[in-house]
Design a protein around this ligand. Sequence first.
Ligand SMILES: Cc1cc2nc3c(=O)[nH]c(=O)nc-3n(C[C@H](O)[C@H](O)[C@H](O)COP(=O)(O)O)c2cc1C
Length: 200
Amino acid sequence: MHYIAENIPREVNGKIWAALIAPRPLALISTQSASGVPNIAPYNSYAGLATYPPMLGVSFSKRGDEDKHTLENIKATQVFVINLVPRYLAEIMNQSAEGTTIEDDFARLGLTSVQADTVNCPRIGECPASIECRVTSIFALPPSKCEFVAAQITGVYLRDEFVTEGGGFDPMAADLLASVGAEDYLSLNGETLHLPKTWG
Ligand SMILES: Cc1cc2nc3c(=O)[nH]c(=O)nc-3n(C[C@H](O)[C@H](O)[C@H](O)COP(=O)(O)O)c2cc1C
């Protein structure tokens, strides 16, 4: 089988790319609005961009013609936190994608807000690792409607129980979750999960 990209049916398009560009790292991105309302949502279009100094980037699609809250908050504050998702937070991760209203997502999801060390932004206390980021550039990705945020990593929190002898991080012990399709996930301990989409 072969598709010409522009002929891929719309209902299949997202599923194909979610399944082909996989496994993907999965993060809950925490941000806050200019007025201080905290927001949490899952994102997997992110990648490491550089290691010295460390940088990463995240791609955002639109909700209709509007920026998603996470991108809106990033544009307003220039900072965000990438919180890595362990298996035991899978269902909460999926619920977190529902939020189209502006409300405190820590309260909505029952998660603990902890002030990040190097950026003025909350991180998620339950997550095994949190990467604190400051924006270096934001640019459009024509011909798509997506925007790409590149950021410098200013700090990283690692929960002590997952720190290795040499001072690194053990992703297997943290049982991190990866995306392997539009609604499918794989934990690093080998469990597969199907969590139906809760967002439009
Ligand atoms: C596993 C998963 C990964 C996602 N990854 C992305 C992504 O990389 N980029 C994106 O724009 N939306 C992504 N989404 C959709 C957003 O999470 C969703 O639109 C959410 O409502 C955005 O919330 P916000 O407006 O609070 O930022 C993903 C959803 C899920 C469940």
